[in-house]
Design a protein. Sequence first.
Length: 73
Amino acid sequence: MKKIIKLQNLDCANCATKMENAISEVEGVENATVNFMTQKIKLEIDEKNYDTIMKEIKKVCKKVEPDCTLIDE
């Protein structure tokens, strides 16, 4: 399943890279790209465990950038 998530308050490109690496380590994530300029995450994830995977992604993003908010469209 491909998904695009909007980000709010992502402060720097370095944080985007850290976030991308952390998201890539989440079980069920096949591919993740965080773009600082567009403030979006492009994901390829396992559709069967969508809710569990998204909770974990939000958790790892908050560890990297506590003020960042993920907006699931």
